[in-house]
Design a binder for this molecule. Structure first.
Ligand SMILES: Nc1ncnc2c1ncn2[C@@H]1O[C@H](COP(=O)(O)OP(=O)(O)OP(=O)(O)O)[C@@H](O)[C@H]1O
Ligand SMILES: [Mg+2]
Length: 247
């Protein structure tokens, strides 16, 4: 579904990705784990078009996307939930969700105009579908994004990404700063989204929870993929245990 072939990405003259190859299969949850600064976020930002690789190719469902701008990549069906959530704090929950749909449909569909998004459904209908995953948001539509708790903001960021109807959703450190109970809730939602047919790539420093969620895992070390295996094999791999799972 998504294929990275020998991707190199630089920040000025620092090479952050030193030849990354990955093959993300449809309907799977793939986890990318690794220490601070390994290059995990750089991979996601290179896939989503925020950064462009200096060499290598990225193919998505038969198209080459590595030279496309971010909005085109969203239209192709890839949505990203960035590190640190980055919802719009001074907009309401409803407005935040509308922005997610807007990114996909441009000026065409707004709930007020009754405009149709992709697949002929109105944005309002899409939103109703999304509330089945996130009932908590429905009760808080008029609340300002910035006044939600950290966990609720993470939920809003995921919901906003889903408003673009992605085939592939990429999440950067969704567990960061959240209490374990909230992490469990969010991972349960991610599992459901995946069961409903959305491919998931998740970046996590919390290797333990990520590998229990994922089908496959990639271990990154300073700009390279050091290991790639089924998640349950990585959990019992001695090197992974020692370096990432606390022994
Ligand atoms: N805007 C930037 N300018 C220069 N160097 C950068 C920039 N962003 C990241 N880097 C460097 O690129 C490398 C990879 O960073 P990246 O953010 O992808 O790591 P990460 O694995 O996501 O880390 P973390 O777990 O801390 O989020 C690091 O050495 C980092 O210092
Ligand atoms: Mg990061």
């Amino acid at each position: 579904m998504l294929k990275l072939d020998n991707i190199r990405t630089n920040y000025g003259n620092i090479e952050a990705l030193k030849g990354i190859s990955m093959h993300i299969k449809p309907d799977e949850i793939s986890a990318i784990i690794g220490a601070n600064g390994a290059g995990k976020s750089t991979i996601l930002n290179t896939i989503s078009g925020v950064l462009h690789p200096s060499s290598g190719t990225i193919g998505f469902m038969g198209d080459m996307i590595h030279n496309m701008p971010p909005h085109r990549i969203v239209e192709m069906g890839i949505s990203q939930v960035p590190e640190g959530r980055r919802i719009f704090p001074r907009m309401t929950v409803l407005e935040n969700l509308e922005m997610g749909a807007y990114i996909k449909t441009g000026a065409r569909g707004t709930p007020l105009s009754g405009g149709k998004g992709q697949g002929g459904k109105t944005i309002k209908e899409d939103m109703e579908g999304i509330f089945t995953y996130f009932p908590v948001l429905k009760e808080r539509l008029k609340q300002l994004g910035g006044t939600l708790s950290g966990g609720e903001q993470q939920i809003l960021a995921i919901a906003r990404a889903l408003m673009a109807k992605p085939k592939l959703i990429m999440l950067d450190e969704p567990s960061l700063g959240l209490a374990p109970i909230m992490v469990e809730r969010i991972f349960e939602i991610i599992r459901k989204i995946n069961k409903d047919g959305v491919t998931v790539v998740i970046v996590e420093q919390n290797a333990n929870v990520a590998l229990r969620l994922a089908h496959t895992g990639y271990v990154m070390e300073t700009g390279r993929i050091a290991l790639h295996d089924k998640a349950d094999a990585l959990i019992i791999n001695p090197h992974v245990k020692e370096a990432y799972l606390g022994g």
